[in-house]
Write a protein that binds this ligand. Sequence first.
Ligand code: PEP
Ligand code: MG
Length: 922
Amino acid sequence: MMSGKKWVYLFNEVEQAEKYTGSWDGVRALLGGKGSGLADMTRAGVPVPPGFTVTTEACNAYLAAGQKFPAGMWEQELEALKQTEKQTGKTFGDAKRPLLVSCRSGAKFSMPGMMDTVLNIGMNDAVAQGMAELTGDERFSFDAYRRLVEMFGEVVLGIPDEKFEHPLAEYKAKMGVKSDTELTAADWKAITETFKKVVRENQGFDFPQDPYDQLRLATEAVFKSWNGKRAVDYRNAAGIAHDLGTAVNIVTMVFGNMGWNSGTGVAFTRDPSTGEKKMYGDYLLNAQGEDVVAGIRNTEKIENLGKDLPEAYKEFLEICARLERHYKEMQDVEFTIERGKLWMLQTRNGKRTAKAAVKIAVDMANEDLITKEDAILRVTPENVDTLLHPQFDAKARQKAKDEGRLYATGVNVSPGAAVGQVYFDADTAERMAKEHKQDVIMVRPFTKPDDVHGMLAAKGILTSEGGATSHAAVVARQFGVPCIVGASMVRIDLDMREMKVEDKVVREGEWISVDGTIGEVFLGQIPTSAPSLEEQTDLLTLLKWADDLCATPGIRKAPKGWPTTGLQVWANADYPKDARRARSYGAVGIGLCRTEHMFFEPERLPIVQRMILAENSADRTAALNKLLPSQRSDFEGLFEAMDGYPVIIRLIDPPLHEFLPSEETLLEEVITMRVKGETKGLAQKEKLLASVRSMHESNPMMGLRGVRLSIQMPEIVEMQVRAIFEAAANMTLKKVVVKPEVMIPLTGTVNELRWIQPRLVKIAKKVMEEKKVTFDYKFGTMIEIPRAAVTAAEIAELAEFFSFGTNDLTQMTFGYSRDDAERNFLVTYVEQGILPKNPFQTLDQAGVGRLMDMSVKDGRTTRVTLEVGICGEHGGDPASIEFCHTIGNNYVSCSPFRVPIARLSAAHSALKHKGVSIAEDK
Ligand code: PEP
Ligand code: MG
């Protein structure tokens, strides 16, 4: 029965709204964000000016009926107004004791700028006069009246703003005044008359003197505004549904400009930039809300209100504390004091910096306002990211933009801000950093393993090619160096030692600023600030809570034998110093040590090259024997740093040509020597060139690398396994608890493992016998070739652990080159919505993820305790981490710098999927 429907709710009728809708979300949908907030505050006993809300259902019914109020709605609105009159002791339209109201839109989701507010409804000629007498302030009264005529004219009648602004400006010019505050009562009276004339001239009728007409028309205007162009555009952009409708809030007007015992202000219940537990805000005495925001007068700090209006301030503090307790969140409030009486006009969760987000969450948990779980959920991985990387000063960055210094953009692969002088090769970059103590940005078309020393010496890295899993990206992320790759608009001329974007040239030695967090390069220097984890005690506390939560048995519901705690976070680390950093950031294992990086050390590379070029096994073994002591000492350092934690060491993975000079360079050198007639060393160079040519492959990433190389040339991995086990044995003898795990890369068929693994296990056992020590160890494999994923049940017959190499697995599942795709079609694919995200950054759950899910399940049918991890770049990405949680991984492994983010993400995943069984979930 339509007429029986409740269209209007007083602020004190929120229980009825709850009963009708069945949930708080339902109340928000019915009364809108603002209306439900005002009603909720009223229920909490907070002084809110009395009023009521016309529902979103009424709006929808009005629009559906071709702009006609639904039956009974207007009558209910009038009845609610009567109740409001009772609550305030004032009467709508009564010149002696007038009730004035505001009319404000309020949809379920905030839509700023959709519809302006109309203030002072209820004013007319008689009421303005009456108000003047009542308040003894004629100026105040007519200022309020002209505001109504103006707002009503603009918002309800649709008269353009300038029709009011021009006459006002003319009037002020005529009177020789600059600011509104100089205008007198007589002035506002005259201006009100002018504004009324504007209405008549534009509309052909007079400004409505009947307050009920004003209210009805304002209500309709808010309803109609839902389908206004501005609102429709906003909803399209913000992804808000078009059928929600807006509510209309009618709120008793209170005035902060009724003398020096009145005032208005805005405040946060805690400091939004530091999180400190103290009120933070501003106010003005004898002023209206707009005056505080517009900055016409200098505002006062909120704590001074205690001196100006001690009673009201005391109540204000008490209410703010109550609001925090009620919402269990830091609040951003608006208030007005009318002749000593405090009114709260709005409260909402306050926006805050990353630092404040962490402090507030931890403090509130310590105050028992929220649980530790709530605290964990309140901080985002982006907050943690922001806290750990140097950032550009926001104002300085904007200034640089305004000055046209934004130079280029690219893929933001390693966060943080870096400022330095540009160098175009690794040796110069390293030399300038080490010898000349310069801050260096290394710029290259792309990077290779033998550029690592330059990258490590640099403050930032920029490449014009490559993507999220390119060498530059992987290394930069691992070492926490801010990095942008694939900035394809930058043309680098290595001969001229300069780079160009259009006609803007940057020469070697000139300064640039690189923002790896968002992928922007600026000309010149922008100031940065650098935080450190050790100093961030609140963050450390929060991360400890996250770890404790993840370590709770039973937090994951899983089949028997599978992990029932949450994910652990391990790190990808090649050197002992990275391992130490990883531990200090909270990693509880090394998930990937890329051993080949150690081969690039300047004193080792010649031996590696001799080993590669050896013509027989004996020569090769001799070279390898020379490498063995250095590999062993690397591993000893890793075991020592990770005392008690597992360390996964991957056997050699890349194709051998990566350790040799490029064919192009060699050819150039040989030709130059021949032309110049230089004979010394020529034969050797020619031999080297012939070897490099003989190793040439059209598709090296799919060629002789990983386990295939180990089968072709087992001596290398035999040396590596000996080095691992000798190191582990030596450290065991020194009372370090070692847990080595040997990882075989790029397995495609179990037969590869059948061939290589027993040989290696034999060496492991032999070393333990020689050294007379025993310790636990594992042999396992990377899963980075789709065939391995599909045949995981067989692979797990030999492999004791799987580690998803999702860089290669993504490359091979999509058939996209991980080194080239991002600078070619991948950006277009994401822009066009062909792919939702860059799959090298965020795991493609439907494809690559499906293979992973299958591998875990199939692998554990063969070996129920199979340890499963991920060590591709996705291991540090929050969405990918959540996916790993749901498929039953034991851990994720990422660069040491991302470990804190991953710890928080692991806890988020556990909380989000608490009670969901893994088997059901997928
Ligand atoms: C991978 O492929 O995901 C991986 C970790 O190995 P790499 O990046 O060294 O190929
Ligand atoms: Mg790989």
